[in-house]
Design a protein around this ligand. Sequence first.
Ligand code: SF4
Length: 354
Amino acid sequence: MTRKVTFPQLGNYNIPIEMVFEEGMDVEYLKPPKMTNKTLEIGSKYSPDSVCAPFKFMLGNYIEAIENGAEILVSVGGLCRLGYYGELHEQIIKDLGYDVTFVNFAQTKLSKPSSWYEKFKTLNPDMSLIKIGEVIPVFLKMIEYLDLTDNFMRKNAGFEVEEGSLDRLYNRYLAEMRGISSLREIKNFQKKYMKAFKEIPLNKPKNPLRVAMVGEYYTIMEPFSNHYIERWLAKRGIEVERWMNLTNTIIDRPEKEVRKHIKPYAKYDLGATSMYTIDRALHCAKAHYDGIIHVKSAGCMPEIDSMAALQNISKDYKIPILYISFDSQTSDVGLQTRLEAFYDMIMMRKKKII
Ligand code: SF4
């Protein structure tokens, strides 16, 4: 019997992650508890004050998972200070007296396969590399399909004829995806569901309000950490575009093209995903979107730096940008007021332009 392994919640990506752990590594995966205010409360209580919100969310989620029986905690690196978070999380968790093992993939090197092998062996000493090799293509397909389906939801959730019909189907989709572990199954599954999604009656105007979400990696992808902004926008009948996902940033990584596109606004890489933020804002400004919402955690330096470029894009293309910074104190009421004002403004602006 292997020990229970967990990885902090990030949107719905814990479905492919669970598949890799269970089918590829033959370890028992403990689903991380859903993010709640309590997660953030626990994370904030034991985190240094100045650290960014993703650190606090992850710490809170680790502690909740330990309370639920997790024995091995997995951590990955990142392009910013996230790369050091694993060590700090481990130290805090050990200081709190929890007896758990930390497997930190930030300590591996792409050029040194043995460093990966060592980490995998800590998870399960009897693990087979052949099995991992078999599930990796399924893992990548699952991520790609989840992202495609999420894009469909963002574009259409605001226009369903029967309220909740898309969400109901989406929940069935997620539940059924759990349990798939072969390439053939996942391809058939996606085909079946995309057909079902497209059959749901919609009442979408020809020219709806279109808003692009750009910003910091974690805050944009974990809906609880951005207070479910995408859902709020969909409820107002807005088509939402969000490029930032794992397919685009980890699998495809169009870094060279992005560098070229954004040259007039940023000559140097500002770190983490800031280049992508600038690129998507520029793309959507050129495509005449009605507005852009920039989300980030308070204190996120790469995204703070990207704001200067965003302001220039906003000025050059006359596109409104709403900047929202999240921390443990962000209140729903304050956020709602800002979103309402932004919505009224882009709505009036569109009427004037048309
Ligand atoms: S990108 Fe920003 S918010 Fe995200 S982990 Fe890095 S510094 Fe923190």
